[in-house]
Ligand binder design. Structure first.
Ligand SMILES: NC(=[NH2+])NCCC[C@H](N)C(=O)O
Length: 398
């Protein structure tokens, strides 16, 4: 298990098939829950099934987050931890907490998975409990929040080398996701004794900001989600465990359109990225390397243009850029619709949303085979094939 690049042949991936948590979205809560619309859930599931099928057709093993979670919840300590953390919200009162504890304890592992992912709404339990909180809260208040962004499995854990990093998510609506990925990696037999780095108690780092440029070279975007302190801690973890010799820290605009580095740049070959041209010329990188052994210091080089700094760290002549779209307006439209957010299955073979005609044409001109998937509903959460996948095993590059 593990991955040292973004483009080595993909063997195993973790996805999350959208489910009842998406039925929780309403026009009043979708902004807080980080969706730009109200997806048609059945169609989103069809689109997602076709995505998973396209991966299986190319011999990728697809694991589902909820199945792993249900299996992990067979362990009594996993159930205990899951229930404790789900009920730690300070908006619950004691009688409600003890009612919910009993309710979750009685649930089968499958039901518990549903409660943990789809959440619990006040009107679903109010008639069973007379607590002050349930009496006063509106019907549609969540006692346990739903997690619609679980769909984006890339953000809540990321493999670097032979370790898995449990990330630390910045947005309140997503924080609980890493409690679930941590349960999976701690309790599922498939990951027994798996070594981990980072963790949800550390400074913010989201997987969408982590790009494995080459073995030992990791780029980390810093912007709306990953913070400078998160990048610092993550770099230290990578150096300490020998997983990287250079970390490129890449500031990106703190805006929804560019929430993660992978919304403006992903890799499609060992030396090719698809990149948003409207930022390509301003994107800079600070190369960070470990200081003298034992000093605990990091050495931070002055900023350089991203493509230059990346090529240097990767020890190649040029990191080639393929543009999103054909002109600035098409580029802006297709960047918004995750045209940059491709998932490489092998060098020069990548999954992309079919709607981004201009970008896909560019990719093909550059010799990249594009596996097109539909994403009209999936895309309403603002994430593409790369955000929706957590590569667990990729072959090393030859
Ligand atoms: N790696 C990514 N670009 N993930 C996209 C995440 C989208 C999600 N709705 C959020 O705002 O967090």
């Amino acid at each position: 298990m593990g991955a040292t690049s973004e483009v080595g042949r993909l063997r195993t991936v973790m996805l999350h098939r959208p489910g009842p948590e998406l039925q929780r979205l309403t026009p009043r809560n979708n902004d807080r829950l980080l969706f730009d619309g109200i997806p048609w859930v059945a169609r989103a599931q069809e689109e997602h099934d076709a995505f998973a099928e396209a991966l299986r057709d190319r011999d990728v093993e697809v694991l589902y987050l909820t199945e792993l979670l249900t299996e992990a919840l067979a362990a009594p300590e996993a159930r205990e931890t899951a229930i404790d953390t789900a009920l730690s919200d300070l908006d619950l009162d004691e009688s409600l907490r003890s009612f919910l504890r009993g309710h979750l304890h009685d649930a089968t592992p499958e039901e518990l998975t549903t409660h943990l992912t789809a959440g619990i709404r006040n009107d679903e339990v109010r008639r069973f409990t007379g607590s002050l909180v349930t009496t006063l809260l509106p019907d549609d208040a969540f006692l346990v929040d739903p997690l619609p962004n679980l769909l984006f499995t890339r953000d809540s854990s990321v493999w670097v080398g032979d370790r898995v990093a449990i990330t630390s998510l910045a947005m309140p609506a997503r924080k609980r996701e890493t409690q679930l990925t941590e349960l999976i990696y701690s309790h599922h037999p498939r990951f027994a004794d798996q070594q981990r780095i980072h963790g949800h108690h550390f400074e913010y780092v989201e997987g969408g900001d982590v790009l494995l440029l080459a073995p030992g070279v990791v780029a980390v975007g810093v912007g709306e989600r990953t913070t400078p302190a998160g990048a610092d801690r993550f770099a230290r973890h990578l150096f300490a465990s020998g997983l990287a010799s250079t970390v490129l820290v890449v500031p990106i605009a703190q805006e929804r359109a560019t929430m993660h580095l992978d919304t403006v740049c992903t890799m499609v070959d060992v030396d090719k990225v698809v990149m948003y041209p409207n930022v390509a010329h301003t994107l800079a990188a600070y190369a960070v390397t470990p200081g003298d052994p034992g000093s605990g210091e990091l050495v931070v080089a002055p900023p350089e243009p991203f493509l230059v700094a990346a090529a240097k760290a990767m020890q190649i002549d040029t990191l080639h850029q393929i543009d999103t779209g054909l002109d600035p307006v098409t580029a802006e439209r297709e960047q918004w619709d995750d045209g940059n957010n491709t998932l490489a299955l092998a060098p020069r073979l990548a999954v992309a949303y079919e709607r981004n005609d201009g970008t896909n044409a560019r990719l093909e001109e550059a010799g990249i085979e594009v596996v097109r998937i539909a994403g009209s509903e999936l895309g309403s959460g603002r994430g593409g094939p790369r955000c929706m996948s957590c590569p667990i095993a990729r072959d090393p590059l030859p």
